[in-house]
Design a protein around this ligand. Structure first.
Ligand code: ATP
Length: 438
């Protein structure tokens, strides 16, 4: 096994051991393509979403948030083309043991890579999960396979209620479902996942300029996540591979261990295809009225991010092994704004009531300020440091006898702050601690 495969295995194992990611429905043998986020996974995922929302919505004047329903009228998916061949993958099944594969993910269709038997015909398999609405079961719906259509069908509502000026965007974070033929590679290809999507509406004349601006924002976002430039590649999708409605698409790819560069996020210029299709199918005008001139259907730029793939990239980038005090240690070098816990607080000894009382006081103060603060009094201090390193906590604060002023009076009301990446320790006054950690 290569070192890179091994790295992914170590991360998957860390994720389970330390409460980041569990297999979905694990006690019943699992459900393929589903994963559950544990306490630390939820924290990391929420931090990523919060940073994204802050950067792409709150810090801008031209973005509007939305949270549309997952279940939508089936006509939405007819108009968008999802019920047809456009949202199907080619599937093949081997004749002997019925192993199924995505035909376009196999190098050749000569024989089944699992059992060697021959394949049957290639068939189209639609990736949408179908469901019935109401007790009669006569109203069909689907679990949405992307959040984007919820944005398009609300275009008119946003224009009417918010009077935005073009160019403007609508952003949404939410679950999406795809009945993938072969879910695999941890969170990379799953059947239930979260997306963060923006539909950015522009006039046709300005699409190129706005495309470049948003592309820079996406690059900034990846830098904000701590992803290094050499692990990101922008793949310009060749013209003959573009979806029929797209005039330009860039896939932002990340260099996943054991897998190599693969799609992290997509960025597409989708012309006026989507709004036009919904206007035609619904009969409702999907137009923007400029200050001068006639109403028109705007064109759209779509940055689309999958949270599972983002989270995996963040974990891969953060996972580090080094040697500390003659021992190998593994830790997550997460940026402080993403770490599940910003700081952990502990009393040097848990059987000394004065230490515990003072530590609880400091813990309460930091918890009120930051929220994501851990209390850790298990084992000795060295073990606590290792544990916090492994989950990426940037600082550990320890309350010791010096804090109580028992040994050197001038150290009273100071604590030890230990840094995750270097293992260095500093003495900081409790009164300055909040500012210091900020
Ligand atoms: P792929 O080619 O890898 O199947 P896609 O081009 O179909 O992906 P899009 O439809 O562009 O993906 O979806 C936007 C984003 O949603 C992707 O960049 C990815 O991050 C995420 N995504 C899509 N499908 C899945 C999935 N099955 N599991 C996890 N994330 C996904």
């Amino acid at each position: 096994m290569s070192e890179k495969d091994n790295k992914m295995e170590k991360i998957v194992s860390l994720c389970k051991r330390r409460g980041f990611v569990f297999q979905g429905s694990e006690i019943y043998g699992g459900l393929k393509g589903t994963w559950d986020l544990g306490p630390l996974g939820v924290a990391l995922n929420n931090n990523i979403k919060r940073e994204w929302w802050n950067m792409f919505v709150e810090q801008r004047e031209d973005m509007y948030g939305l949270d549309a329903a997952i279940l939508m009228n089936e006509k939405v998916w007819e108009a968008s083309g999802h019920t047809g061949a456009g949202f199907s993958d080619p599937v093949v099944e081997c004749k002997k043991e019925g192993h199924r594969f995505r035909a376009d993910h196999l190098e050749n269709l000569d024989s089944c890579p699992t059992c060697g038997s021959i394949f049957g015909e290639v068939k189209n398999f639609n990736l949408m999960f179908e469901t019935q609405v109401g007790p009669e079961g006569d109203v069909k719906s689907y679990l949405r396979p992307e959040t984007a259509q919820g944005i398009f069908v609300n275009f008119k509502n946003i224009v009417d209620s918010m009077s935005p000026k073009l160019p403007f965007g609508i952003a949404q974070i939410g679950k999406a479902f795809r009945n993938e033929i072969a879910p695999r590679e941890f969170l990379f290809r799953v059947r239930e996942f979260e997306q963060m999507e923006i539909e950015y509406f522009v006039s046709e004349a300005e699409w190129k300029e706005e495309f470049e601006k948003l592309r820079l924002e996406i690059q900034k976002w990846h830098a904000h996540l701590g992803l290094s430039e050499e692990n990101i590649r922008e793949y310009e999708v060749p013209e003959n591979d573009l979806a029929h409605y797209s005039k330009r698409t860039i896939d932002f790819e990340y260099n996943y261990p054991g897998k190599g560069f693969d799609e992290l996020a997509g960025f597409a210029y989708r012309t006026d295809h989507d709004l036009k299709s919904h206007e035609e199918a619904s009969g409702v005008k999907m137009r923007y009225t400029p200050a001068e001139g006639a109403p028109f259907i705007p064109h759209v730029l779509e940055p689309s991010f999958g949270l599972g793939r983002v989270m995996t990239a963040v974990l891969v980038e953060a996972y580090t092994e080094d040697e500390m005090n003659g021992e190998v240690r593994s830790y997550l070098k997460l940026p402080a704004h993403l770490a599940p816990y910003r700081v952990a607080v502990s009393p040097l000894l848990k059987n000394k009531p004065q230490l515990v009382e003072k530590a609880r006081e400091v813990f309460g103060m930091l918890k009120k300020e930051f929220g994501n603060v851990a209390w850790d009094d298990n084992g000795n201090v060295g073990k606590r440091y290792r544990r916090q390193d492994e989950i990426g906590t940037p600082y550990c604060v320890v309350i010791d006898f010096d804090t109580l002023g028992e040994e050197q009076a001038e150290l009273k009301d100071t604590v030890t702050v230990r840094h995750r990446d270097t293992g260095e320790q500093e003495r900081i006054a409790i009164a300055e601690l909040k500012e210091y950690i900020k």
